[in-house]
Design a protein around this ligand. Structure first.
Ligand code: PLP
Length: 392
């Protein structure tokens, strides 16, 4: 028998996704007929709005089915440059925008074109789980800036500055944040911009994919809009998945310095080429259309987020920093529970409850629950959580 081909060091080093492990197990149990309640979803529970679907359908029937420019449909690049300039206060021209296969590819491309082996990526923790893996794929090392529920998951600028070395190349921020739901305020962003100004070799990537999903009274501020002096070192990642319920379309973008965007576009031209041509026409309709559909979905998450927050706050032993954006809550479990993976595995086996272990996001004391599910599912999930906690 032939032995399997040896994998590259890169492939061997890649960590399998803990979130996928939980969801695969949840599906397997469901297939066996078990009653599973899942609060593990990382995506909207809405269908893409009709006018966007219609625009893609129309593009298909017009024969927009061929290769396009690797950097993206020029009309979409221009529309996004306008959006960034008008809505986000980041003066942007179309050459500074790259259309990618989701926010994920935007991040991957950026890391590949600005990081060298040995460089350090500064990452506030808890973090979205793909950042460290993508940094590793670029040969870079991740340096965590820890925070916890006890300090409100705030980014400690002194702790950040203390970790800056000559190898520090890129700082990653994510607001509204996954998994914490924290939203960075203008003052915090301004203070961060002052820090970045003191370190001229440092680039910043601001992942703003949840920009429209904000609790009442919250405002989204784009980091690149905060300080003209460092704007050329700031890269904005965004996409259509969360705001417009378009996860399967695979549409995201990277915006920033034109030389870096050109390099990322060259990388894309040698790897995936253009994003699906007719899907980009759907995105164009989304960006040009009214934001009412986005606001309606955001309102619905707000109701359900509040419901989830109230439910969690009523469970003894749970510490919750109330999320202000995105569609997650990231409660800290009682102190006696120290292994979030073990807790989540047992929650699934014993109670049929699927939630995501905090260790996947760098905090083993927490679990992540999604509110992009029905009120009934939230109620049911919280009952199961409470039962599970009583067993520990
Ligand atoms: N950034 C964050 C913080 C996310 O949570 C996600 C998806 O879950 C992404 C980026 C990637 O989104 P996309 O589906 O557009 O690749």
């Amino acid at each position: 028998m032939l032995s399997p081909p040896e994998l590259s060091h890169r492939a061997i080093a890649l960590k399998p996704s803990l979130t996928l492990e939980i969801s695969a197990k949840a599906k397997a149990l469901q297939a066996e007929g078990r009653d599973i309640c899942s609060l593990s979803a990382g995506e909207p529970d809405f269908n893409t709005p009709d006018f966007i679907v219609e625009a893609a359908r129309e593009a298909l029937s017009q024969g927009i089915t061929r290769y396009g420019p690797a950097a993206g449909d020029p009309e979409l690049r221009a529309a996004l440059a306008d959006k960034l300039s008008q809505e986000n206060g980041i003066a942007t021209n179309p050459e500074q925008v790259l259309i990618c296969n989701g926010g994920k590819q935007a991040i991957y491309n950026l890391f590949q074109v600005v990081l060298n082996p040995g460089d350090e990526v500064l990452l506030p923790s808890p973090y979205w789980l793909s950042y460290p893996e993508m940094a590793a794929l670029a040969g870079a090392t991740t340096v965590l800036i820890p925070s916890s529920a006890s300090d409100g998951f705030r980014l400690d600028l002194d702790a950040l500055e203390a970790r800056i070395t000559p190898k520090s190349r890129l700082l990653v921020i994510n607001s509204p944040g996954n998994p914490t739901g924290c939203v960075m305020q203008r003052q915090e962003l301004e203070a961060l911009a002052e820090l970045v100004a003191r370190h001229p070799n440092l680039l910043v990537m601001s992942d703003e994919i949840y920009e429209y999903l904000l609790a009442e009274g919250e405002q989204h501020i784009s980091f690149a809009s905060v300080s003209e002096g460092i704007k050329d070192r700031c890269f904005t990642v965004n996409g259509f998945a969360k705001g417009w319920a378009m996860t399967g379309w695979r549409l995201g973008y990277l915006a920033g310095n034109a030389t870096v965007i050109k390099a990322a576009s060259a990388l894309q031209s040698q790897s995936t080429s253009n994003v699906c041509s007719f899907a980009q026409k759907g995105a164009l309709a989304a960006i040009r259309g009214s934001r009412d559909c986005v606001t309606d979905m955001a309102c619905s998450y707000n109701l359900r987020r509040n419901f989830l927050i109230e439910g969690l706050q009523s469970i003894p032993g749970i510490t919750l920093i109330p999320p202000k954006g995105a569609f997650y809550a990231f409660p800290q479990l009682p102190e006696r529970i120290t292994d979030s993976m073990d807790f989540c595995r047992r929650a699934l086996e014993d109670e049929g409850l699927a939630v995501v272990p905090g260790v996947a996001f760098g905090d083993d004391h927490c679990i992540r629950l999604s509110c992009a599910v029905s009120h009934e599912t939230i109620t049911n999930g919280l009952e199961r959580l409470q039962r599970m906690l009583s067993k520990f």
